[in-house]
Design a protein around this ligand. Structure first.
Ligand code: PLP
Length: 384
């Protein structure tokens, strides 16, 4: 059976060019980047070259890039780190949105349990947060606004420049989770005007377990870990040089090939969207019609017209060799509707009847034909 992978938002396979540059750092060039001898110097040089590559790609300075274990850690470091530095001065209020990834929502919830004030703004029905709402939520005690660059479930792109503007006008720091956007949209921390930004390698054909946090020079941030002082004390722990080198190569390739690949994926996505809408009148498209990542299509089956469970649908698609995601979280056997779709105003039954297709390098127009046919057969079978 030919397998088709349409879950590139969850993760991507390692690009062979990335693997090639990583391999020497597992064995020959294995030094600890903090060691003063030749081995350490080789590792340090590779680490700093990688930092420069990533900084250049996002319009930052190398000294503003801190390597972490991925998007989750970067989000935690940004939110808890800024909050802990600011709350000593009495600034104990955070603003975020209900459509954020759990790596942002849960640190905010934890801080709220510890006494912080957190305002969680509702997105509109396309998944966007209104900058005016952000403005209205900011108080004299707000230390941070955290709004993602683009949503991982529906692909909606935030009006980040406008959000950053209203926050800056009140002297409030802005963090944004850009895990899904680097290499897919132009990302410039300068143009966006933000202070902290989260990145992860495995969404762009890089290795898992490595990411970065951009922290604008001069931003006060407390570390979460304490130890050997690596990453200028912000993220102690021996640097994972092979993964860092792979991350930098993945960013370089993704940014270099972005324009062409995004246009190709958008064509595939639009073709699938058009054909699904033509065949299934009960389908609703989730996300912003135009301000949306080019490779994501998120659909729900309207519960007023058809009863479907997204998890069952995805399992049946998997049996046909097609890997998609339901956009919902399965916790201890109970299928929960996506918090993002609920926040966007979908009813729970419709939100549970959701499928997310996310395209990537291996996909072709032929895959679109196969997927539409498989979806039709699956739904016919599920309807009994
Ligand atoms: N933020 C967003 C928007 C994501 O899509 C993900 C991954 O699914 C993460 C954070 C977590 O990143 P990582 O898997 O590198 O910890």
């Amino acid at each position: 059976m030919k397998r088709i992978y349409l879950d590139h938002t969850a993760t991507t396979p390692l690009d062979p060019r990335v693997l090639d540059v990583m391999l020497p750092f597992f064995s020959g060039t294995f030094g600890n980047a903090s060691s003063v001898h030749w081995y350490g110097q080789q590792a340090r040089a590779a680490l700093e070259r990688s930092r420069e590559t990533i900084a250049r790609a996002i319009g930052a300075e190398p000294g503003e890039i801190f390597f972490t274990s991925g998007g989750t850690e970067s989000d935690n470091l940004a939110i808890k780190g800024v909050f802990r530095a600011a709350c000593r001065k009495g600034n104990d209020h955070l603003v975020t949105s209900a459509a954020e990834h759990h790596a942002v929502l849960e640190p905010c919830e934890l801080l709220a349990e510890e006494g912080a004030r957190a305002t969680v703004l509702p997105p509109d029905n396309s998944g966007r947060v209104d900058p005016e709402m952000v403005q209205g939520a900011i108080t004299d005690r707000t230390c941070l606004v955290s709004i993602m660059h683009a949503n991982n479930e529906v692909g909606t792109i935030s009006p980040l420049v406008a959000i950053a503007e209203v926050a800056r006008a009140r002297g409030v720091l802005v963090h944004s989770d850009a895990v899904q956007t680097v290499g897919r949209l132009p990302v410039s921390v300068k143009d966006l005007g933000i202070d902290l930004m989260t990145f992860s390698a495995h969404k762009i054909y890089g290795p898992k377990g490595i990411g970065a946090l951009f922290v604008r020079r001069g931003t006060e941030l407390e570390t979460l870990f304490h130890g050997g002082g690596q990453e200028r004390g912000k993220r102690p722990g021996t640097e994972n040089v092979p993964l860092v080198v792979g991350f930098a190569k993945a960013v370089e390739i993704a940014v270099g090939e972005m324009e062409q690949e995004s246009a190709r994926l958008k064509n595939l996505r639009d073709s699938l969207e058009e054909r699904i809408q033509g065949r299934f009148p009960e389908v609703m498209i989730n996300g912003h019609p135009s301000e949306r990542l080019p490779h994501i299509l998120n659909i729900s089956f309207d519960s007023r017209r058809i009863a479907l469970e997204g998890e069952m649908l995805l399992m049946n698609m998997d049996l046909r060799g097609i890997a998609v995601s339901s956009g919902s979280a399965c916790t201890s056997g109970s299928v929960q509707a996506s918090h993002v779709l609920l926040a966007m105003g979908r009813d729970p039954a419709t939100a549970r009847a959701t499928v997310r297709f996310s395209f990537g390098k291996s996909n072709t127009e032929e895959d679109v034909d196969t997927v539409v046919d498989a979806l039709e057969e699956t739904i016919k079978q599920m309807r009994g």
